[in-house]
Design a protein around this ligand. Structure first.
Ligand code: AMP
Length: 547
């Protein structure tokens, strides 16, 4: 017997319609590429998204055709989020930090028909447009009078001129909720990147889940600053969850440096911010010497790579800001786990709470996870046994776009799981902790050393700004860890002092064999440390006691 409830597909157009009707006067504030601050409301977003839909219809795009963006976090990008997907096309957000050849490769692979870009990226478009074989329409996200006369890009139009005469009334099409809505290519540190192709259903379910109190806890009382880019897994889904809840959105635009982020937080009464650890490192480095404090910021979600304990401490003890440690992947839309305490943990001493909050957290309803050993056997959830982390759920990829063969593995019960490539432990309360990316784990004499643990200890030293631990070949132990360290400006620490600092903080055999001081650690397109590049840079390095 079927239930007798209304059967209404979960569509992204429903999110923006809801925002328009139920919190239309909620604010959306953006720092524009032009440098000024732009303010309008959720009803304005809805109105202009409908104009985008008309404008796309005018280009005679087919259902599911791909519309690409190369843009910062801002209001025009937000309108494209809803206008493109709502009208049945697929929004393809491209990461502008990729190499131009990779951008062209991605645009061709996705068969993008339209490419909308912020004017800061005009030089990239000038470099790649002749290689993007499927793009027929180039749209500059600017006013008509800002369009350069001699850009060299055929038929370039300005977004505002394109939209200006479109009707503000539009009836969103209704279709199967499993229809593709947007796509995002993985970072692709080796080989060509692969695309996760999200659906209206997966995106809407993820938006509900992300707003839950034990997840990102997004409400109509929040003013959210997503520093995480809209080209990186849909800014962790925040634009959709904000439309669903009526939260104020504050977009930093191109200004992602410590000063710009701090000013945006203070000027706009931001209560809540989200980003990768490197961004928060920049913010704290800017604030600390000037003794600056936050007046409204209460929570920050940190994910994308492991959040060092020293950062959680600094936010809590010096700035009264709660850190929510999150884990996710492009293939998971992206949220998988988030770390919040349970009721029974509230009476624990601060140190014990801290130990938990360092973990990547508990599975969000909608994501199931387990750990397995090399033979695929389930490992116990005791917080000690580690294994490859497998996940499944309605917002986890089943296949890559145009992929050959399934990325999933099947367990002994015939259940399909997505192998994350991460190695983790899960404790009896369900808290998952990433030990490492499987390719970054250091295998020393048959034992595994977590590069994350080694890095966390290094950055807890007052003189260390950033640290990256990699394994180097060793004739007896196969691999031994070394740690590359960037010192804070004007701070001093020697190799010997840092190695001594490890004593008592980790097992003796896990202490790195060497410290290499470097000016910078290579950062990839999504703000994460690029260990492949670091390994390349240190390819001639030989351990001191061997060389
Ligand atoms: P991406 O698909 O580019 O977002 O990268 C996903 C990968 O980032 C994951 O598989 C993890 O290796 C890593 N990652 C994301 N969040 C965390 C976290 N909180 N701690 C450690 N690693 C993380």
């Amino acid at each position: 017997m079927l239930g007798l409830m209304q059967d209404q597909p979960l569509l992204i157009s429903g999110l923006i319609d809801f925002a328009d009707k139920h919190h239309g006067d909620g604010e959306v504030v953006s720092r524009r590429v032009e440098g000024d601050i732009h303010r309008y409301t959720w009803s304005d977003v809805a109105r202009r998204s409908r104009q985008v839909a008309h404008a796309l219809d005018g280009l005679e795009l087919g259902f599911s055709d791909r519309v690409a963006t190369l843009a910062w976090n801002g209001y025009r990008h937000l309108e494209l989020y809803f206008g493109v997907s709502g009208s049945g096309r697929v929004l393809h957000t491209i990461n502008p930090r990729l190499h131009p050849d990779q951008i062209a490769w991605i645009a061709n692979h996705a068969e993008d028909q339209v490419l909308c870009f912020d004017m800061s990226f005009l030089p990239i478009i000038q470099a790649v447009h002749s290689k993007c074989n499927t793009v027929k329409h180039w749209v500059a996200l600017c006013d008509a009078d800002k369009l350069p006369a001699d850009s060299g890009i055929p038929n370039l139009i300005s977004y505002e001129a394109w939209m200006a005469h479109q009707s503000t009334r539009y009836t969103w099409p209704v279709f199967d909720e499993n229809t593709a809505s947007s796509m995002c290519y993985t970072s692709g540190t080796t080989g060509h990147p692969k695309a996760a192709l999200y659906s209206h259903r997966s995106t809407t379910l993820h938006a509900y889940a992300a707003a839950l109190p034990d997840v990102m806890c997004i409400s109509a009382r929040d003013a959210i600053l997503p520093v995480v880019p809209m080209f990186h897994v849909n800014a962790w889904g925040i634009p959709y969850s904000a439309a669903l809840t009526g939260a104020k959105l504050v977009f930093p635009g191109p200004g992602m440096d410590g000063k710009s982020v701090y000013e945006m937080i203070e000027n706009e009464g931001v209560t809540y911010a989200a980003g990768v650890p490197t961004v928060w490192q920049m913010l704290l480095t800017y604030m600390k010497p000037q003794g600056l404090k936050f007046s409204t910021l209460r929570r920050t979600v940190i994910g994308g790579s492991a959040c060092p304990p020293a950062m959680i401490d600094a936010f809590r003890d010096e700035y009264n800001v709660e850190v929510l440690h999150a884990w996710g992947m492009t293939e998971l839309s992206p949220l998988g786990t988030l770390c919040t305490l349970k009721n029974k943990h509230l009476k624990l001493p601060k140190d014990a709470q801290m130990k938990l909050l360092l973990k990547q957290g508990r599975a969000i309803y909608g994501v199931d996870m387990k750990i397995v050993n090399d033979a695929g056997q389930d490992q116990p959830h005791d917080g000690k046994a580690y294994g490859d982390l497998l996940v499944k759920g309605p917002w986890v990829v089943a296949n890559y776009y145009k992929g050959e063969g399934s990325p999933l593995v099947t367990d002994k019960d015939g259940v399909h799981w997505f192998p994350t490539g991460d190695v983790a432990t899960i404790d009896a309360d369900g808290y998952m902790q990433i030990t490492d990316r499987s390719k970054d784990v250091i295998k020393s004499g048959g034992e595994w050393i977590s590069s994350i643990d080694i890095e966390n200890i290094a950055v807890s030293h007052p003189a260390v700004l950033m640290a990256a631990c990699i394994g180097v070949t060793h004739p007896k132990w196969d691999e031994r860890p070394i740690v590359a360290v960037v010192k804070k400006p004007d701070a001093q620490v020697t190799r010997e002092e840092l190695l001594a600092f490890y004593e008592g903080k980790t097992a003796k055999w896990q202490i790195p064999d060497d410290v290499v001081f470097v000016d910078a650690i290579p950062i990839g397109a999504t703000g994460k440390m690029l260990k492949t590049k670091l390994r390349e840079q240190l390819k001639d390095y030989v351990l001191p006691h061997i060389g």
